[in-house]
Write a protein that binds this ligand. Structure first.
Ligand SMILES: Cc1cc2nc3c(=O)[nH]c(=O)nc-3n(C[C@H](O)[C@H](O)[C@H](O)COP(=O)(O)OP(=O)(O)OC[C@H]3O[C@@H](n4cnc5c(N)ncnc54)[C@H](O)[C@@H]3O)c2cc1C
Length: 389
């Protein structure tokens, strides 16, 4: 199979082994059924919490494992190899809301939310997108108006992963006024809980892939949020969201590499078993070349991801690196799953074999947390802003 080009430490290999065994034991036997039935399995959240996998990047002070980014991504890849729906839940939770509260929350907010989030008692979600604000997220329209000790929110957030299961949602809304629009600087971040009056779970999307990860609209109808739930500075929410997406994109890259690795394993195994014209199809060079190309891309994608994670762990600015890792890994996942289906022939096109689900799951990695076009824009912008021409 494809290997990590940078050697992992003993601790990283141990976390990888724990993740792999957990995924094989607790997720693999059910993944196809959950996909077919669009079933979100809450017991997995509790079990991931017990393992510490929902507080991987949180300090021990908040019941987290206090791990570095690379170790977290190694674990995430293992989960994604078995079930990309569980991986996105884990990625969003660890990379976005927990990190946002840790980085910009008050002591009171950290005390209230981080321990239950690390233990898996509160699952986190991230609500930036809206029906009319996707790539151009700064054009979002959900409006927050201050009313005494509360903010009152109205609007609709779209595509919220884990939305109906979440106990904490970091949501972005405008706090500038219609007469004084401030663009991205008019957006603030709020910590929402589903018990707040005026919080409603709206339409559930019927998706092509990631069907065991519920994706919903959230509707705010005069949603009253205590003023103490504003996260960080008023007007800073969009900046927080963009900075957090540097982490998020590394998580999605790990998810994509996990999907591609699963495609490689399945295709190479099948090529050894399937016989046509009197011999296993792996003996045909046409099939060998496909496997060689997938293996090369998976290893290159993983190397880029690990390099980006290591840079992040050194405290470097990784906006460009994480966009590159996400872009390359997601295109690798698409290419690998498409070729895996080709190697399976007709059997790749039906649900009896796993590559059909992998293909459907791979596509969204080119779309969410910034489409591939947006990653290219980010990469090019960074070229110029970092002393380019
Ligand atoms: C399964 C799923 C889960 C998601 N989970 C979350 C979540 O948890 N939280 C959340 O906030 N969001 C989430 N999203 C939303 C996701 O981030 C957006 O779908 C994504 O950012 C793209 O926005 P859009 O769908 O509105 O597409 P659009 O922005 O309308 O883009 C349409 C097309 O135009 C292209 N395009 C747009 N602008 C440009 C440009 N300037 N230059 C070149 N091409 C451009 C795009 O690349 C794309 O190909 C999720 C989406 C999906 C599908």
């Amino acid at each position: 199979m494809a290997w990590a080009l940078t050697p992992l430490t003993e601790e990283q290999r141990e976390v990888q082994r724990v993740a792999r065994e957990f995924a094989e034991r607790e997720i693999a036997p059910f993944a196809d059924q959950w996909d077919r039935e669009q079933h979100f399995e809450p017991s997995i959240v509790a079990k991931l919490g017990e393992l510490g996998f929902l507080g991987m990047l949180l300090p021990e002070q908040y019941d987290g494992l206090g791990l570095d980014m690379l170790t977290y991504l190694v674990a995430l890849e293992e989960i994604a190899t078995v079930d990309a729906s569980i991986a996105v839940m884990m990625s969003v939770h660890n990379s976005l809301p927990t990190q946002m509260i840790l980085r910009w929350g008050t002591d009171a907010q950290k005390e209230r939310f981080l321990r239950p989030m690390a233990r898996g008692d509160l699952l986190g979600a991230f609500a930036l997108s809206e029906p009319d604000a996707g790539s151009d997220a700064a054009s979002l329209r959900a409006q927050a108006v201050r009313d005494g000790e509360c903010w009152v929110l109205n609007g609709t957030k779209a595509w919220v992963s884990s939305g109906p299961a979440a106990g904490v949602i970091v949501a972005m809304a405008r706090t500038d006024s219609p007469g004084d629009r401030r663009g991205a600087r008019g957006i603030s971040a709020f910590i929402l809980t589903p018990d707040l009056p005026g919080f409603h779970v709206g339409k559930k999307e019927d998706k092509m892939g990631l069907r065991a990860s519920p994706t919903v609209q959230l509707v705010f109808d005069n949603l009253r949020v205590p003023a103490g739930n504003l996260l960080g500075g008023e007007g800073s929410g969009f900046i927080y969201a963009m900075q957090s997406l540097d982490n998020g994109r590394l998580g999605i890259a790990a998810q994509a590499i996990g999907i591609a690795e699963a495609a490689l394993r399945n295709a190479s195994r099948y090529a050894g078993e399937r016989r046509q014209f009197g011999k296993p199809i792996k003996e045909y060079q046409a099939i060998q070349f496909k496997l060689a190309d997938i293996a090369t891309r998976v290893s290159a994608g993983r190397a880029l991801l690990h390099a980006a994670a290591t840079a992040k762990d050194r405290g470097e600015h990784v906006t460009q690196f994480s966009a590159m890792a996400k872009l390359f890994a997601s295109e690798t996942a698409m290419a690998a799953t498409q070729e895996a289906i080709q190697i399976f022939g007709g059997y790749g096109y039906v649900k009896d074999y796993p590559v059909e689900r992998l293909f459907r799951d791979a596509k969204v990695t080119e779309i969410y947390e910034g489409t591939s076009e947006i990653q290219r824009i980010v990469i090019a912008r960074e070229l110029y802003s970092r002393g380019g021409n």
